[in-house]
Design a binder for this molecule. Structure first.
Ligand code: FES
Length: 87
């Protein structure tokens, strides 16, 4: 069975390896990264919960757009991802 192609994207400027077809949230969780930022109202750490676009706990800045759902966005080479820090 062939391996999926390896992709590099960036979380707060740090490189993260991913497989083609993975979502941003899936790749980060696979690497043990569970801190997706700070909740803007409750001031708590955010982390994916539903993984299907409902809870918005995976909201991150992706390619310069804030509050994108990382569980719905597929990785691609060079993608820039930042944790939400709007507090
Ligand atoms: S994990 Fe719930 S919307 Fe992404």
């Amino acid at each position: 069975m062939a391996e999926a192609a390896s992709i590099t994207f960036y979380l707060d400027n740090d490189p993260v390896e991913a497989f083609a077809g993975e979502t941003v949230a899936g790749a980060l969780l696979r690497h043990g990264i569970g801190n997706f930022g700070t909740h803007p109202v409750e001031q708590r750490t955010m982390a994916p919960f539903c993984m299907m676009g409902i809870c918005h706990e995976c909201a991150m800045e992706i390619d310069g757009q804030k509050n994108r759902q990382a569980c719905l966005i597929p990785v691609r080479e060079g993608l820039k991802v930042r944790r939400n820090q709007d507090v």
